[in-house]
Design a protein around this ligand. Structure first.
Ligand code: GLA
Length: 397
């Protein structure tokens, strides 16, 4: 059958349109998502003005140009539903569409938060029973990112588990179905909305997250701004490397860098670990009060480049010896990023066996945090690492 030109051109346009939509979807989160989220600093006090100021500061501090693109409003923006079931923001957020437009006008993307349960963790309105309606509304507002937090859905899951004498299968299915429902609703909007699961690693979301349309999933319970919590989370990710890659990322939770309760060495450890883990980098600090050392950590180009490497490999732990561990992350250019972590309460002299990382003929070393070439080394590379500190190296042949 021959098709006339008049038919062929619209047909070609249709195909082009489809493939560009598909391309937009498949390149969503090609590297770990980067941005800022309101929760770790503002928590339930966040306002429209805070988010607009954060968007301004993302530009003026250089965060946007360093790759931090998403500006995400976390929990507590919601008001109540009207007679049509349409959800309205509360009085702290007068107009979400306008807020989204403002964020977009700064060359940034707009993120939002909800729950598959009737209530969010902060007790605000969730999306249960309104998934399609909410997804459509997000698309109208120009939302680019949804964090979907299990929260109150844990109640029916617990009831179901109790009814099934402790067997969690039905409860897990209920949860996965709920996440799929929102994933489908987001897809149906035809707007590329990055879908971020937050259910604290229950039922191994790294195994089913991609199937329900997610680009990232939390692997643990919440982080806080303490050395103890940050390292418990960061150093617990060793077995999850096979599940990370372009378009689908393990999320050990947002960054605490700059929130004031860790030392500079500890925040360097935090950032080094997250970069090696190819974790989403969602800053959670007050951008109006960034100390030079916090800027030095969050805006370090080489560290960001390790996180954002196009190969998308998550680091694995080469070994752990007492308080010292070594992690390696292969990079697209054939080099290897190496993290040396000292979790002890005092500084330590430690050594790295380069042959163990595959550099049997020696390697050229670059120290990322010191921004210093260390020249050729072979066999054992020894150095001192401060208490709770990290060294981040790039090794090449
Ligand atoms: C949960 C999430 C946090 C944050 C709060 C908001 O605890 O894990 O990241 O979103 O809810 O209530």
């Amino acid at each position: 059958m021959f098709l006339s030109k008049a038919v062929l051109i619209p047909f070609a346009l249709l195909c082009l349109g489809q493939s560009s939509t598909l391309r937009a979807q498949s390149t969503l989160a090609a590297t770990p998502p980067m941005g800022w989220n309101s929760w770790n600093h503002f928590a339930e006090h966040v306002t429209d003005a805070d988010v607009r100021t954060a968007a301004d500061l993302m530009v003026s501090t250089g965060m946007r140009d360093a790759g931090y693109i998403y500006v995400n409003v976390d929990d507590t923006w919601q008001g109540s539903r009207d007679a049509n079931g349409e959800l309205h923001p509360n009085s702290r957020f007068p107009d979400m569409k306008k807020l989204g437009d403002y964020i977009h006008s700064k060359g940034l993307k707009f993120g939002i938060y909800s729950s598959p349960g009737p209530k969010t963790c902060g007790g605000f309105e969730g999306s249960f029973g309104h998934e399609i309606q909410d997804a459509q509304m997000y698309a109208r507002w120009g939302v680019d990112f949804l964090k979907y937090d299990l929260c109150s859905m844990q109640d029916p899951m617990r009831e179901l588990t109790a009814k099934n004498n402790g067997n969690t299968d039905a409860a897990f299915k209920m949860m996965i179905d709920a996440y799929r429902k929102m994933g489908d609703a987001l897809k149906a909007t035809n707007r590329p909305i990055l879908y971020s699961l937050c259910q604290y690693g229950i039922a191994e979301p790294w195994k089913w997250g991609p199937e329900v349309g997610a680009q990232m999933w939390r692997t643990t319970d919440d982080i806080d701004d303490t050395w103890g919590r940050m390292t418990i989370i960061g150093l617990e990710q060793a077995d999850l490397a096979p599940f990370a890659g372009p378009g689908h990322w393990n999320d050990p939770d947002m960054l605490e860098v700059g929130n004031g309760h860790m030392t500079t060495d500890e925040y360097r450890t935090h950032m080094s670990l997250w970069a090696l883990l190819a974790a989403p980098l969602l800053a959670g600090n007050d951008l109006s009060k960034m100390a030079p050392e916090d800027k030095g950590i969050l805006l370090n180009k080489e560290v960001i480049a390790i996180d954002q490497d196009s190969l998308g490999k998550q680091a694995t732990r080469l070994y752990q010896r007492g308080d010292f561990s070594v992690w390696t992350k292969p990079l697209a250019n054939g080099k290897v990023a190496v993290g040396m972590f000292n979790t002890a309460l005092d500084s330590r002299d430690v050594s790295l066996d380069l042959t163990q990382i595959g550099f049997t003929q020696g390697a050229t070393l670059h120290d990322v945090w010191e921004n210093k070439d260390l020249g050729r080394r072979s066999g054992l590379y020894s150095r001192n690492i401060p208490k709770h500190g990290a060294a981040l190296l790039i090794l090449s042949k």
